[in-house]
Design a protein around this ligand. Structure first.
Ligand code: UD2
Length: 311
């Protein structure tokens, strides 16, 4: 069994990743500063004997080094981040601090603390609106936000450390992740989290445009499993991989799926398309299968049922 340090453990993806690792018998040291994470997400983790929590900011001087020295983990899963594309546009400096400098600090803490492996939360945002679908890892990177640029820069920083200092670095390019604990608070939150809240409240959802736009929606439980594999399976080589399903789903079919659970819901309202919106997005999942032995298993129907059940 391994001991994993998870940064951003109180976040949406972090808390599911910790829960899954703990259930599999691994030990987890989780760190979070609760800037966007929530203590409530850790309710299950706190009840597990293999869980240790440190409230800290990964960019505070010496903080990561101290956490690494105390835990002596087998891997760091670095999920702490400024997670909102909109916030990265409003505050590029903070985006640099939390999405670039923090990644460098993780790479350095791993090198200096002798941690052999780092798993990094990258994003499909690095591809921007590259139209060569399905997006393969070698596709041109055309980030259209400071957020996407920072994720790309972080991949380079971490892989540079991997090559120079012999760490194993796995960059996980998440596509549109959805599931329980995703925060629907902002209009720019993940669309499925917004829709779930509105369907549950009996309010109409707003579809920006005709609803034929597509995304590669992946359940957070599949993403947590991809993180656990990347952190714990022995003998992996460094590299990047899309964490996606390879399935293209329209917003209209997401609405249909919700209607099966909420048949009395009012019909969606169509608004103007969102500025800068991408018409289609889907990833090629083969590289994750080849490098990690990972394949998404949860269908949209199962994932939405899971979200509505909560947990
Ligand atoms: C954005 C971010 C991505 C991530 C994601 C949240 C970029 C380049 N990417 O991607 O990094 O933060 O959001 O999961 O900005 N929509 C509606 N009604 C709503 C909300 C959304 O129709 O109430 C549409 C939206 O216009 C888009 C689609 O749903 O066409 C998906 O929106 P999203 O914000 O969930 O995801 P995405 O891929 O635009």
């Amino acid at each position: 069994m391994a001991h994993i340090l998870v940064t951003g453990v109180a976040g949406f993806i972090g808390s599911h990743t910790a829960d899954l690792m703990l259930a599999a018998g691994h030990r987890v040291t989780g760190v979070d500063n609760f800037r966007t994470g929530h203590r409530a997400n850790l309710e299950n983790a706190f009840a597990q004997p293999g869980f240790v929590f440190r409230e800290m900011d990964v960019t505070a001087p010496g903080a990561l080094r101290e956490a690494v020295d105390a835990a002596r983990p087998d891997a760091i899963v670095h999920l702490a981040a400024l997670v909102s594309v909109q916030e990265s546009i409003a505050n590029p400096e903070l985006n640099y601090e939390l999405n670039v400098r923090a990644s460098h600090l993780v790479a350095e803490a791993a090198r200096q603390g002798g941690v052999p492996r780092v798993v990094f939360a990258s994003s499909a945002a690095i591809y921007g609106d590259n139209p060569e679908l399905p997006l393969r890892e070698q596709a041109d990177k055309q980030p259209i936000s400071p957020y996407g640029a920072a994720k790309l820069a972080s991949e380079a920083l971490l892989l540079g450390h991997a090559a120079a200092f012999g760490l194993t670095v796995r960059c996980q390019r998440y596509f549109n992740v959805f599931g329980p604990r995703q925060d629907p608070a902002s209009p720019y939150s993940g669309v499925i989290s917004i829709f779930e809240r509105r369907y549950r409240a009996g309010q109409p959802v707003t579809i920006h445009g005709d609803g034929r736009q597509t995304r590669d929606f992946i359940s957070v439980r599949d993403v947590a499993r991809a993180n656990m594999i990347a952190a714990t399976v022995p003998g992996l080589a460094s590299g990047v991989a899309n964490i996606c399903t390879g399935r293209e789903t329209t917003l209209l079919s997401i609405c249909e799926e919700f209607r099966r659970h909420f048949p009395a819901a009012p019909p969606p309202i169509h608004g103007a398309p969102r500025t800068g919106d991408i018409a289609r997005s889907v990833g090629a999942p083969e590289q994750a299968t080849a490098a990690l032995g990972f394949q998404a298993e949860i269908s949209i129907a199962e994932g939405i049922a899971d979200l509505i059940r909560g947990g």
